[in-house]
Design a protein around this ligand. Structure first.
Ligand SMILES: Cc1cc2nc3c(=O)[nH]c(=O)nc-3n(C[C@H](O)[C@H](O)[C@H](O)COP(=O)(O)OP(=O)(O)OC[C@H]3O[C@@H](n4cnc5c(N)ncnc54)[C@H](O)[C@@H]3O)c2cc1C
Length: 665
């Protein structure tokens, strides 16, 4: 099937407005005749479900947690971008568009990113109206901070809990509709398949995770807002339950999967501490506004720090290497995540890592304490030369900005970050790849939409911080509610979709077959055993830097591991009961397929771009080397096995932005 991204004609800045003016509408009375399934009630799915119901559609919403409030979105700490230019520092829709395309290493669609920048401002108004308590400045106006890869302050935040506050906003909007009966909420339900009738998505198969019952649900259209797949790496900053199952099952039913190898590795995470760990913790990027990243300049100091004979606070300024400030003076500690992550890896690989395993760098707030403290002392008429006082005053300011993050660090690492620099190391954090969608957010299956992190989205090869929340809420509040009407306008006379058709029976049987196979397998190893092994292959061979040899090995090893999994996995308990291990097994089975496609995609992409770094394609300074021949989205079609997947290319055209070297120097 040829890919048609359905990008509207006309000047970039007018495309979205013109498109909205021309697409079909469904009148209010007819909306009542139409059912929409929304799978996932994180920020993307939650905002979509609430808005669609508010418009009058009958929404059936699904999530696997016991409440939409527990979606992975709740973990988002740092903030959400919008081109409001409240700081008067030169921001604009164009600049947000430009920064995002450049940040994504010129691997995203111009038209989508421009639309994202346009609607970004509406999101803030919407959320403020819902009562989201964004941080405010001294005068009571909304405050902003900076994130990597940009030279303006456009990030709106709610302390270190932005995702939580935004999710409570979307959740309350949903709840209003649940109360009105316009949303039927199915918590603790896991979608296991999508049902295609006459070429159109008409429903899903879901498992009630409490009773184990397999259920059929029908609708006129299906929307997936099921999040990202970074847990394929086992260790990541994702919530433990985040998975690829819904997206992968859609892929197997005909939805192309785009850019699976694009993964964001976040530079600011708490380093791995041992083999028994199941989760990594993010320290928000917002900390790079005030924290300075460094390692010792000399190996002897590294060794002394590692053996405990030297404290980092004792090391003189001239013996520290603030390597981001040294290499990237213009952006300094606020370079994009891929650049900061690779720079940390480079220093650690060169032997300068500061923890026992040599995989950590410092994030130090000492300068910020003094800078803020001096200002406070000045404002309060206190002694600016009293270092102890100044430091204390500065710590108070930092505490107000990032207090919960400092507390979290202390609880996990058992070190006080007000007294000693934090230790950080890159970790898997976000997946830019996902289900391919056109401009209307529709997949290659008619009537099947995909929004939020689950789609291949607007971020190209690298996501800048604070742009995932923006994209999820743009999709859910402001894009999908328009574009889905264009498709549904043809369905106003269709009537309810039966769940008795042969397609529903076939999809249910196929889901049941997989479950039966898993529970009756009676092997010898737990699900985690296989998941950890997969994670190690992914991290070592498809991680921060990739090369042909490793990727080829990864493809073979993942295929072998998948076979071993199906022969030897052991699932205790039964299918018709609450069985967390069974649910996990289904998710890992899908990761084991996705992982292979991931490696295959990375192998085919013979260039370095954003979150995809190939050892073979780098500049003499070790920076990513893009190649014009790869200026495309890779969209994979399922053909039975990951190894047989067929590559389709969506060429990316840049008419409004000059594609240049991506420099942050
Ligand atoms: C620690 C951390 C901090 C972050 N901080 C920021 C930040 O400051 N700013 C920013 O922009 N981004 C941030 N991000 C990224 C951002 O939080 C996510 O990309 C975004 O929240 C994803 O939202 P979503 O709605 O697409 O998916 P999710 O929030 O992951 O929601 C997925 C939903 O799908 C449901 N689901 C999944 N599979 C199934 C299935 N098979 N059946 C039924 N339901 C299913 C889940 O139950 C859930 O409701 C952060 C990410 C992490 C990990």
């Amino acid at each position: 099937m040829a890919l048609d991204s359905k990008i509207p004609q006309g000047p970039l800045a007018d495309k979205w407005t013109n498109h909205k003016n021309k697409i079909n509408l469904v009148n209010p009375a007819n909306k009542r005749l139409i059912d929409i399934i929304v799978v996932g009630t994180g920020l993307a799915g939650g905002s979509a479900a609430a808005t669609l119901a508010e418009l009058g559609y009958n929404v059936k919403a699904f999530c696997f947690q016991d409440s939409p409030r527990r979606a992975h979105s709740i973990a988002a700490q740092g903030g959400i971008n919008a081109a409001k230019n409240y700081q008067g520092d030169g921001d604009s829709t164009y600049r947000l568009f430009y920064d995002t395309v450049k940040g994504g290493d010129y691997r995203s669609r111009e038209s989508n990113v421009h639309r994202l920048a346009e609607v970004s401002t509406n999101i803030i108004d919407q959320c403020v109206a819902q009562g989201v308590p964004f941080a405010r400045d001294y005068g009571g106006l909304l405050d902003n901070r900076s994130f990597g890869g940009v030279l303006v302050s456009r990030t709106f935040y709610a302390k270190g809990q932005t995702g939580q506050q935004l999710l409570l906003g979307a959740y309350s909007a949903m709840n209003r509709q649940i109360g009105r009966g316009k949303i039927k909420m199915h918590t603790r339900h896991e979608m296991l398949d999508v049902v295609i009738v006459d070429g159109k998505a008409r429903g899903i198969i879901a498992r009630n995770l409490v009773t184990g019952e397999i259920e059929r649900h029908s609708a006129h259209a299906v929307v997936l807002g099921t999040g990202g797949y970074g847990n394929a790496f086992y260790l990541s900053t994702y919530a433990m339950g985040s998975n690829v199952t819904a997206a992968w099952k859609a892929h197997k039913r005909g939805a192309y999967f785009a850019n699976p190898c694009y993964t964001q590795i976040h530079p600011t995470c708490i380093p791995v501490s041992g083999d028994h760990q199941s989760k990594l913790t993010l320290m928000s990027e917002s900390l790079r506004n005030d924290g300075r990243i460094w390692v010792p300049k000399h190996k002897k100091d590294v060794e002394a720090i590692r053996d405990g004979s030297l404290k980092p606070t004792q090391l003189a300024e001239e013996d520290r290497d603030y390597y981001l400030e040294r290499r990237y003076p213009a952006f300094g500690n606020l370079v994009p995540r891929d650049v900061a992550s690779r720079a940390a890896k480079e220093r650690c690989d060169a032997g300068y890592g500061v923890n026992k395993t040599g995989e950590a760098v410092y994030l130090d707030f000492a300068s910020a304490f003094m800078r803020y403290g001096k200002e406070q002392a000045h404002v309060k008429g206190l002694d600016e030369d009293d270092d102890a006082l100044v430091r204390k005053l500065g710590q108070e300011i930092v505490k107000n900005k990032y207090g919960n993050l400092f507390q979290m660090y202390e609880k996990i690492v058992d070190q006080n970050p007000y007294e000693t620099p934090m230790m950080i190391y890159p970790a898997v954090h976000y997946t830019m790849g996902g289900v391919w969608v056109d401009y209307n957010l529709m997949t290659t299956v008619p009537g099947l939409y995909c929004i939020g992190e689950a789609n291949f989205s607007d971020h190209g090869a690298n996501r800048l911080g604070a742009s995932a929340l923006m994209q999820g809420l743009a999709d859910g509040y402001f894009v999908l509610p328009y574009t889905i009407g264009d498709y549904l306008a043809d369905d106003i006379r269709t009537g309810p979709i039966s769940i008795e058709s042969k397609e529903f029976v076939e999809a249910e049987n196929s889901a049941t077959e997989i479950i039966d196979k898993l529970v009756n397998n009676n092997g010898t190893h737990s699900v985690d055993y296989f998941h950890k092994k997969l994670g190690k292959i992914m991290w070592n061979k498809c991680g921060m830097a990739r090369n042909e040899k490793d990727l080829k090995e990864a493809i073979t090893e993942i295929a072998e591991l998948r076979e071993e999994f199906w022969n030897d996995v052991k699932i205790p308990g039964k299918a018709d009961e609450y069985n967390e291990e069974l649910a996990k097994a289904g998710r890992v089975a899908d990761f084991l397929e996705l992982g292979e496609l991931f490696a295959k995609d990375a192998l085919v992409r013979e260039e370095s771009a954003g979150g995809h770094f190939r050892d073979e394609y780098q500049t003499p300074e070790g920076e990513a080397m893009r190649r014009k021949e790869f200026q495309f989205v890779s969209a994979w079609e399922y053909k039975g096995e990951p190894k047989d997947a067929v590559l389709h290319k969506e060429e990316l055209v840049y008419e409004n932005i000059e594609v240049k070297e991506r420099s942050y120097k």
